[in-house]
Every structure is written in C-alpha cells, then in structure tokens.
Unconditional design. Structure first.
Length: 351
C-alpha cells in the first residue's frame, strides 16, 4: 500500500473580523506556528454594500498575504455573526433519530431569509425535558446563500483557495478543546466567552460537546463608544486612548486615565456580566446535572482587567484563554488571546 505523505503545513486559518483580519498557519502536525499576520481593514470593509465591502476586503487580503511567507493558498474560513443566524431550538425526538426534516421546518419559520436560498446546518446538544415531554435541544446555524457566495468570492479573488467553510463558534471550540490537558477539562462543563470587536459569542460545553451558543450585542466598539461619551472625545481618539492605556503594564499606566476609562466602560461590563448570567441560568435550567466549573475568556477584548470584573460578578472561576498553548513559535504575534478563531480554523483537519 502507498502511504501518502502528510502535508507539511495546515491550511491557512482566516478569521475575517469586523475591523481586522487574522491569518494563521500551523505545521502539518499542528505543533508549530508557521506564519501569522493581523491586518487592519479599511473603513470601506464595514460597509453593508457588497459592492463596496467586497473589493476592500479582497485588497486587504492580498496585502496581508503578500506581507508574510505563507505556504500554499489553501484556506479555511469562518462565518461569524455578520453572516450567520444561530439559535438553540427544541424539536421533537424522531423515531428514526433523523432530525433533518423537523429542523428544516423549524428553520423556515425562524431565519430572516427565504429558506430555499439558505444553507441550514445543526448540531445536537442533549435531550431535555420540556412541558413534561422529552425533546431534543439542537443548535441551528443558517446562512443566506448569496452572503456565503460573496464571502467566498472575496477570498478567491485574493488568490486563495477555500477548502472548507467553518462557523466561528465551532472553530473556537476546536481551539479550546485542543488545550484540554486534564480529565476534568475533557469531561467538565465550561463557558467560553469570545469578546470581539462588535459582538461577543458565548459557548457552553460539556468537554468538547457544545450545549449552547449565543451571540451578545457587546464588543470592543461599545467600550470605545462609552469612553468617547464619558470623556467627551471623538470615537477614534477614545479607541486609541483605551487600547494604549490597556496595553501598558499596570505600573506604567496613567492613574487618572485608567480611572476615567474604568468609569466609562463599567456600564458596558455590567451589561456583559448580566448577559452572561442569563446564559448561565439557561444552562442550569435546561441542562440538568453538573454545574459550570470555569469561564474562559478570549478574543481581542480579553484582558486581566475584564477577567477581574467578571469574576466579581459571578462565582465561577474565570481565566484568560491561551489559544496557542503548547504550540511552538518564533513569530511575534502580539497578544496571543486574539488568535483563538484563526487557530481553531488552522486546526481543522481536511481530508
């Protein structure tokens, strides 16, 4: 028999965010970081007009790829809140175990697009009791096909070859599951919180098995807006002030600036904490059994300060994610915590 040689590098994981894109590539055995780049997107990339957004993202991708030494052009990209409809739903248990038909029917009444033009996928979470009957909790993912086609066009026009399309929450879970070392990590229940530029995605899982996913309308943009309002600054200056002050070590921060920023963003953190408490409550009511053992916070907005604030609002131990723990690297990548989605995409095995 002929044994095919394992590829020397993974596909490039492409995390296409609201304000930046991140590309990351691992060695074939997923043990070493080969290349990575974070690239800020121009203002046009935030446009809701595909004719404006598409060329802006494509050009940024070309520049990002050209600035680094990536191997090959194969890419795994993810769909996020901008492209996805995601919701936990409950459906009847079917005698043959095939839920495809009933999930499709449920999706037709929920997704904001013509179901005939929408790709629908789902994962099964658990059996739950609802109104005295046993139902099956599933997590519905739906993407309007024209949106998917436009996203693929942006990538291919940049000279990349999409080999798989993932969804952001599954990429995040793959990244975190790769860090499981202890038995309690592989079997216990945890909440994973990815705080991005415009939204926060919450995943509750038992080991690597996802039970619940929800997108929250809280992100770095809301922190910046709060600072701008409180300190009477324009948005760009507020964003710069908050990030530069937060990037410094505590002993190098200006005390008055730190106090002003802290006071400004406290209402946003309160809102995030309250939303997380609602997610925790949903888990405890819906999925009986083991409680949540820990909260892992990742994404561009994850920080020791945010961890401290969230820990003070619920009694679940909270820590910053380490998406590249155990992966060897000689590359300067900035804050590791921002690479959780891109790493999860690069970790996807392509057969």
């Amino acid at each position: 028999m002929i044994r095919l040689a394992r590829k020397k590098c993974s596909p490039i994981g492409l995390d296409l965010g609201a304000h930046s894109l991140k590309l990351l590539q691992l060695s074939g055995d997923r043990s070493r970081l080969v290349e990575a780049v974070r690239w800020d997107l121009p203002e046009e990339a935030s446009s809701d007009d595909p004719e404006v957004r598409g060329p802006a993202v494509t050009e940024a991708l070309k520049q990002a790829i050209g600035s680094r030494d990536f191997r090959g052009s194969e890419v795994v990209l993810s769909l996020s809140a901008r492209e996805l409809y995601v919701q936990n739903i409950r459906v009847p248990k079917m005698p043959d175990g095939d839920l495809s038909g009933v999930v499709q029917q449920e999706a037709a009444g929920r997704v904001p697009h013509d179901i005939a033009e929408t790709d629908v996928r789902f994962i099964e979470a658990a059996d739950i009791r609802h109104g005295g009957q046993m139902r099956r909790e599933v997590i519905l993912f739906a993407c309007h096909r024209p949106v998917l086609d436009r996203t693929l066009d942006m990538v291919t026009e940049a000279g990349l070859q999409p080999v798989s399309v993932d969804v952001e929450p599954l990429a995040l879970m793959r990244c975190h599951a790769a860090q499981f070392r202890r038995e309690e990590d592989r079997t216990g229940r945890a909440m994973f919180v990815h705080v991005g530029a415009t939204k926060t995605v919450v995943i509750i899982a038992a080991g690597a098995d996802i039970l619940f996913i929800k997108y929250l309308e809280v992100g770095g943009m809301h922190f910046d807006e709060a600072v701008a309002r409180h300190l009477g600054m324009d948005l760009a200056a507020a964003s710069l002030l908050r990030r530069h002050n937060g990037d410094r070590r505590a002993d190098q921060q200006d005390a008055d600036v730190a106090k002003g920023v802290s006071q400004s963003i406290r209402p946003v953190i309160d809102r995030l904490a309250n939303e997380l408490l609602l997610c925790i409550r949903y888990h405890s009511v819906t999925f009986r059994g083991a409680p949540l053992a820990r909260t892992i916070v990742g994404g561009i907005e994850a920080s020791d300060y945010l961890i401290e604030q969230l820990t003070g609002r619920h009694d679940i131990p909270c820590q910053v994610a380490q998406p590249l723990r155990g992966i060897k690297s000689d590359i300067e990548i900035g804050r590791e915590v921002q690479w959780d989605v891109a790493a999860g995409l690069a970790l996807r095995e392509i057969h």
